[in-house]
Structures are given as structure tokens and as C-alpha cells.
Design a protein around this ligand. Structure first.
Ligand SMILES: NC(=O)c1ccc[n+]([C@@H]2O[C@H](COP(=O)([O-])OP(=O)(O)OC[C@H]3O[C@@H](n4cnc5c(N)ncnc54)[C@H](OP(=O)(O)O)[C@@H]3O)[C@@H](O)[C@H]2O)c1
Length: 477
């Protein structure tokens, strides 16, 4: 079966790619905006088409000869009107599928009704409606899931950090609202099985595990962590005054946390029994089992994807790192590392950030992270997916990995809120470590920003390069 997977660099897509590669009868093609984000071991076995759903020509080449197409695209982080972008994207995709003679679209959206939906959920519902709008021409299987629990999922990371770090849990009063979470592995099983589903016509399939209130979800999370927590329910309107105090403990940006907290007021319960009817062999695991599995993956460095993998925006965030050539301001440190083998230097560079810290002046990084979080950015609590390995597109606190050249170069793109565009490059040149911070200021504010932070650069960057070399020396010994 010729299968196209879109959104293959996103949270669900990366995992679905691995599952589909294990299906013997699947001939897989991926549609991605930047093929460098998925250059891993599986590349030899799949065909890759680069493009975007806003470009009909690239869609046409991606869909040629395809029987089943997975639609896992969304533009939630886009600066413009993401709902409009999602509408255009879904329409383009459906029409291109019809033209190419695709038999089935499989789509995963959110669970909930239009009446109380957030803009994000509303956009997911609209996408499903658009994809399903021409049942005479193409069949759509539309899955709907509420909270997805898995290592690296936004819901998991928010729950875990909240329960682990806040002894007094200040929560909205609507904490007794019901929802139906589901393990990411079960979602993937439904998606994989749907390609062979023996049914005609469009179908909406609601999926989920046991029905739980948010209070029960918090309690069960506390049991998994092994702590006791006291709940302090407060009116929802007062959350906005409290949330700034909590915001720094969440790895996700403020607007995602606020959107998820707002969502608590709406019940998200399965509305049909199609999951049982079409897939009786799938019995979703309990909430607690899904939490244990997520923890197990984290402990064993098996986190395949994270909510931060995708750029979410209208264009891929790590695509145009060629722009670095147009930088106007930079701060460069060159340090000789003598007889230390370069691959140790590279290993040391690749371990920077997250729980490993930035090797120097940790309090200054913390302050910068807090400032960023307060202005709506990621801060440094986002951490990293894996303690020692990085791939293009991975987040690293408030940076994103834009390029990796084995044993030669690591390029990080700054994602902190600032009036300009920044990069941090580590380059191994002979026996020298060349570490450069680049900045492309946006107007006068950009220049002021750069010169205000320049004294801290002097301290941080000088020490950072020295400590990278020192750590590499320790590794060698
Ligand atoms: N994750 C959850 O917890 C969850 C829960 C319930 C439902 N769902 C649903 O599952 C689906 C997938 O979610 P996800 O979390 O995997 O999303 P995600 O991580 O944000 O990934 C989105 C993917 O879409 C790609 N993309 C965005 N715009 C594109 C365009 N114009 N052309 C081509 N590709 C584009 C992104 O590529 P880049 O890497 O280039 O940005 C990325 O691969 C969504 O419909 C979502 O509503 C997810």
C-alpha cells in the first residue's frame, strides 16, 4: 500500500513514521518542509518529498500514486491568522488528494464540540470538516482525541511539572470537569489500523481511555510521582493573577499553558462508539499506565518526539539558516584545545543546555530564561529531548537546533523573545573551538538590546568556550 505521511516532523508524525515503517505492506512516503529534520537511520527506507501544503505543485508530487494519506499538519504557532492558514492547507490537501485519486484521508484532530471550543480546537474541527466535505470523491476517517499522554507531549509535561513542583496546587474551580485522556501508543495503533479499515464513507472516530475528572488526573499523576498534593480551587478569572507565579515551572510557553488551563472548563468526552465498532481489538491502556510508559521512555532516553519538534508556524523555523551570512553583529571566541581529539570537543558541545546547564554563570541564564518566560517565550525550562543526543529541529531551552555537522558544527537558532534574530554557532576548526553569537537587529531596539547584553556576553561566552574544552578533556581522561 502506498502511504503518504504529512506532519512527519511533528509530535505524532515522528512516532507514526516509526510505526508505519514496521508495517511490511506499507510503501511509505513523507511530506515535510525540511528533510534535514528527519535525516536519521530510517531515511534509506522512505521516499521524501519536500514542500508545503500551501504549494499545490509540491502536494501534487507528494500524492502521486498514493492510496492512503495521513493529514497531521497544523499551523497553530503561525503569526498570522492560523485558522485561515489551516483552512487553506486542508482545502489544498483535499483537492490535491482527489486529483491524485487517493482513496482515503486519515486525520487526527481534537475532541470537543464547537459550542465551547477554543480557537485552536475550533480550527481542528474546521479542518476535519473541510477534509470530509467531498464524500462523493474521497473518504475521510477523522479521529478525535482529547489529552494525549506520552513522553514529550505537552499535556504530559505540563501535568508532570505542575504536580511535581507545586506542593500547593492552585487550580481552577472547574477541576471536576470530565475528560478522556489517551496514551500516545494507542493513538498510533488506531491511526495505523485505520489504513486497512473495511468501511465505506466518512467516519468520525472518537478515541480515549477511562473517563476522569481533572482532579483525578492530578491525583493519579501525584501517585505516579509518589507525592501528596493539596488542591486549592480558585475562580477561573483569578487564574490570570496567579499564573505568572507558576508559569516558570512549565516547560511550555505561557500561551499554551493558559490555553490548556482554559480548556479545563469544557467536558471532552467521546461522542460516538465508532472506536469500539471499527477497532474492537484495541483496548486503550489506563491513564496511569500511560504515565508510567512515558516516564519509562524518559528514563531510558527513548523520547522519540516532543511537542516542540514542529515549528507550528507558517514556514519551517530551521529552514533558512543560510540567513546567518547576513548577520550584522557578532561576538566570537576562539580557543585552542590542543591535543584533545575533536570528537570529544564535539561531544561536549552536543551535551550543552537542559539539565546539563550552560556550563557557566547558571544564574544569568536563569534570569534571562525567566525574563523570556514572562514576555511569553519558552524560557530555559523547556530543556532538551535527550541528555546527550541532538537532531536538527530539537529544542534546547530557548534555542532550536538549526544545523549539525558531525564533529564540526552545531548551529542554534535563538527562540527567545528579542528585537532581532540570533544564532549561536560552535565550530571546530583544526585544533580551535570557534564559538560565535550572531545577531541581526530589528531596528534601533535591536541595537540597544545587543549593547545592553554585551557585558554579560563577555562573561558568559568566554567561560562557556573554556568549559566546553575542560569537559571534553575530562571525557577523554
Ligand atoms: N499532540 C497532541 O497532544 C494532540 C492531541 C490531540 C490531537 N492532536 C492532533 O494531532 C495532529 C498532529 O498534532 P501534532 O501534535 O503532531 O502536531 P505538531 O507537532 O505541531 O506537528 C505539526 C506538523 O505539521 C507540519 N506542518 C505545519 N504546517 C505545514 C505546512 N503548511 N505544510 C507541510 N507541513 C506543515 C509541521 O512541520 P515543521 O516541522 O516543518 O514545523 C509538523 O511536522 C493535529 O491535528 C492535532 O490537533 C494532537
Amino acid at each position: 500500500m502506498k502511504v503518504l505521511l504529512t506532519g512527519a516532523t511533528g509530535y505524532i508524525g515522528r512516532r507514526l513514521k516509526v510505526r508505519l515503517l514496521n508495517e511490511e505492506d506499507v510503501d511509505l512516503r513523507l511530506f515535510v518542509r525540511n528533510a534535514r529534520k528527519i535525516r536519521d537511520v530510517s531515511l534509506g527506507c522512505v521516499e521524501i518529498v519536500e514542500g508545503t501544503s500551501f504549494d499545490r505543485e509540491s502536494l501534487k508530487s507528494a500524492l502521486e500514486g498514493i492510496e492512503v494519506a495521513y493529514y497531521l499538519i497544523h499551523s497553530m504557532g503561525a503569526r498570522g491568522d492560523f485558522m485561515e492558514l489551516d483552512r487553506i492547507s486542508a482545502e489544498n490537501f483535499r483537492e490535491a488528494c482527489i486529483e491524485a485519486g487517493v482513496k482515503r484521508i486519515i486525520y487526527l484532530g481534537g475532541l470537543g464540540t464547537k459550542k465551547h471550543a477554543s480557537r485552536h480546537l475550533l480550527s481542528r474541527i474546521e479542518t476535519g470538516e473541510i477534509l470530509s466535505a467531498r464524500p462523493d470523491k474521497i473518504q475521510t476517517i477523522w479521529f478525535r482525541a482529547a489529552m494525549i499522554i506520552g513522553s514529550g507531549s505537552a499535556s504530559f509535561e505540563i501535568l508532570w511539572n505542575f504536580v511535581e513542583k507545586a506542593p500547593l496546587m492552585v487550580v481552577p474551580r472547574s477541576i471536576d470537569t470530565l475528560t478522556q485522556p489517551i496514551a500516545v501508543d494507542d493513538v498510533l495503533t488506531y491511526l495505523v489500523r485505520a489504513r486497512g479499515l473495511d468501511a465505506d464513507g466518512n467516519h468520525i472516530v472518537d478515541i480515549g481511555s477511562e473517563v476522569l475528572s481533572y482532579r483525578e488526573i492530578f491525583q493519579k499523576t501525584a501517585e505516579v510521582i509518589g507525592v501528596n498534593r493539596v488542591f486549592v480551587p480558585i475562580p477561573r478569572w483569578s487564574m490570570r493573577f496567579i499564573s505568572p507565579f507558576f508559569i516558570n515551572i512549565f516547560p511550555v510557553p505561557r500561551r499554551t499553558t493558559v490555553a490548556l488551563l482554559k480548556g479545563i472548563k469544557c467536558e471532552t468526552i467521546i461522542q460516538n462508539d465508532n472506536a469500539e465498532r471499527f477497532f474492537p481489538e484495541i483496548v486503550p491502556v489506563s491513564f496511569k499506565q500511560s504515565m508510567f510508559k512515558a516516564v519509562d521512555e524518559i528514563e531510558n532516553s527513548q523520547v522519540l518526539s516532543r511537542w516542540s519538534d514542529s515549528s507550528g508556524a507558517e514556514s519551517c523555523d530551521v529552514k533558512d539558516h543560510g540567513q546567518i551570512a547576513h548577520e550584522v553583529l557578532y561576538d566570537r571566541k576562539v580557543k585552542d584545545f590542543g591535543s584533545i581529539p575533536p570528537h570529544f570537543i564535539f561531544r561536549s558541545i552536543m551535551s550543552i543546555g537542559g539539565e546539563n546547564g550552560w556550563f557557566t554563570y547558571h544564574f544569568l541564564w536563569e534570569i534571562r530564561g525567566f525574563m523570556d518566560k514572562m514576555s511569553g517565550g519558552y524560557g530555559i525550562s523547556r530543556g532538551r529531548r535527550d541528555a546527550s543526543r541532538l537532531r536538527i529541529g530539537d529544542c534546547l531551552d530557548f534555542w532550536k537546533v538549526a544545523d549539525i555537522e558531525e564533529n564540526r558544527r552545531l548551529l542554534l537558532l535563538a527562540q527567545m523573545k528579542m528585537p532581532g534574530k540570533g544564532w549561536l554557532e560552535f565550530h571546530i576548526d583544526g585544533t580551535s573551538l570557534v564559538q560565535t553569537a550572531y545577531f541581526l537587529p530589528h531596528g534601533l531596539k535591536g541595537y540597544i538590546y545587543w549593547y545592553v547584553f554585551k557585558p554579560s556576553h563577555f562573561l558568559i561566552f568566554h567561560d562557556m568556550a573554556r568549559n566546553i574544552i575542560r569537559r571534553a578533556g575530562d571525557m577523554k581522561d
